[in-house]
Design a protein around this ligand. Structure first.
Ligand code: NIG
Ligand code: FE
Length: 416
């Protein structure tokens, strides 16, 4: 299978194969070629360059298909490293309560929130969950997502968590994009464990983790480390157990409070600590001296109406950051990464180049997919976005809310 794109207005996101996670001033650099070509062989990017010199570099007649994309841009697909797209039902009633002034924490305390989704999920069959999650994933791919991480965490029982992780496994088997699976049994304490939290932690450690290992159902382990949910000591206990099962950490930290989540995540060498609305000097110092990526989820802050993450300060201090959607029914019922891109620019004051690298290249690294995804690099997967006829990369966040994606190619094949 060979495919050649010609007359690309601008090809964005070129990186060398050696390029690692981008930090500091590097985050703001996006290599591009105007009036470009891009070739694909067997689902992988095989070459690119300027139209002017194309005929000296490749034999155009050898390509099975040649597509001229006048005035359209080509970019790598978005790499969404934090989602909860397996869920049942919806929670717009809680959304309306929040509009009227009830807080997210109060809703959760009264049995709503995550426990509301858990009840719905436990009443839904694996097949029905698979059908609804597949529909969500298809629409995300059409919106430009070409790699994704998906969490469990709405089961909160052995059967429910295994059911969710089996759904994610089926998605991995049936979709062509890379999918990473994260076990989030420690998302909330079920009501029956309210007065005996340790018993739920023991259930996670002694029953859920062995069952997950048996079916090889997870790549990572996550904990919602937050006041009112799992404290830092409980998080440490769960991450330490996960490590024994070969699961690296990717955790929810510091969304609503200074929970110590960042510190415990870094202590366990987490691949990423995610959310980060509450970040002060101590948290910045901890992240700076680590290999952990700080994953910022601005659409959750937007939807809950809480303060945004201090992305500018984190970037200027040299911390590696990624951006993700957090698609879930409670705090971010959208997986639109073009909107995340726009929020990063308008609210977090990231430049379009910084935000672009954080939704592509660094997002891939936050899923340990940096070698195969996230940039225009020879040998990487040909998961690419062809935009509508727009003038520049900055036009995407500038035109927030518009759908500027014309076509998506996954492994070099048009996604229909
Ligand atoms: O990432 N913060 C914890 N978990 C999700 C929200 C879960 C929910 O409200 O259903 C999040 O925001
Ligand atoms: Fe989340």
């Amino acid at each position: 299978m060979s495919l050649l794109f010609t007359n690309i207005r601008t090809l964005y996101g070129i990186q060398s194969a050696e390029s690692t996670v981008l930090k500091g001033s590097q985050l703001g650099v996006v290599a591009q070629i105007n009036n470009a070509w891009l070739s694909i062989h067997d689902g992988l990017i095989s070459g690119f360059g300027e139209m002017q010199t194309m005929s000296t570099q490749i034999d155009v007649s050898s390509f099975k298909e040649v597509i001229s994309v006048n005035d359209q841009l080509i970019l790598p697909t978005w790499c969404d490293s934090h989602t909860h797209i397996v869920f049942a039902g919806s929670r717009e009633d809680e959304f309306v309560s929040r509009i009227k002034g009830v807080s997210y924490e109060t809703i959760a305390k009264n049995g709503g929130g995550i426990l509301n989704s858990a009840k719905k999920l436990n009443d839904t069959s694996e097949d029905d969950l698979y059908i609804s999650a597949s529909a969500r994933l298809r629409s995300l791919i059409k919106m430009g997502t070409g790699a994704i991480e998906i969490k469990s965490g709405y089961g909160l029982s052995l059967a429910g968590e295994i059911k969710m992780l089996r759904v994610i496994k089926r998605l991995k088997e049936s979709f062509e994009i890379p999918i990473k699976s994260t076990f989030l049994g420690a998302h909330a304490f079920p009501a029956e464990f309210k007065n005996n939290q340790q018993a739920y932690i023991d259930l996670i450690i002694n029953e859920m983790l062995p069952a997950i290992q048996k079916e090889n159902l997870a790549d990572y382990i996550d904990v919602f480390c937050e006041n009112g949910f799992f404290n830092a000591d409980q998080t440490a206990e769960i991450l330490s157990a996960g490590k024994k099962y070969g699961l690296k950490a990717k955790i929810h930290a510091n969304q609503l409070n200074y929970s110590g989540g960042i510190q415990v995540g870094v202590a366990y060498n987490a691949v990423s600590v995610d959310h980060l609305e509450c970040v002060g000097d101590a948290e910045i110092e901890t992240l700076k001296n680590s290999n952990t990526i700080g994953t910022i989820l601005p659409s959750a802050a937007f939807f809950l109406g809480i303060s945004y993450q201090p992305a500018r300060k984190m970037i200027d201090e040299g911390i590696a950051i990624a951006l993700a959607s957090d698609f879930n029914p409670g705090s971010s019922p959208s997986g639109n990464m073009s909107f995340v891109f726009a929020l990063a620019c308008t609210q977090l004051k990231m430049t379009p180049e910084e935000a672009f690298n954080a939704v592509t290249h660094n997002g891939a690294h936050a899923m340990e997919l940096g070698k195969e995804m996230g940039s225009i690099t020879i040998g990487k997967k040909a998961n690419i976005i062809i935009t509508k006829k727009i003038p520049s990369l900055a036009f995407i966040p500038y035109s927030f809310g518009s759908n500027l994606i014309d076509q998506v190619f996954i492994n070099g094949k048009k996604y229909e």
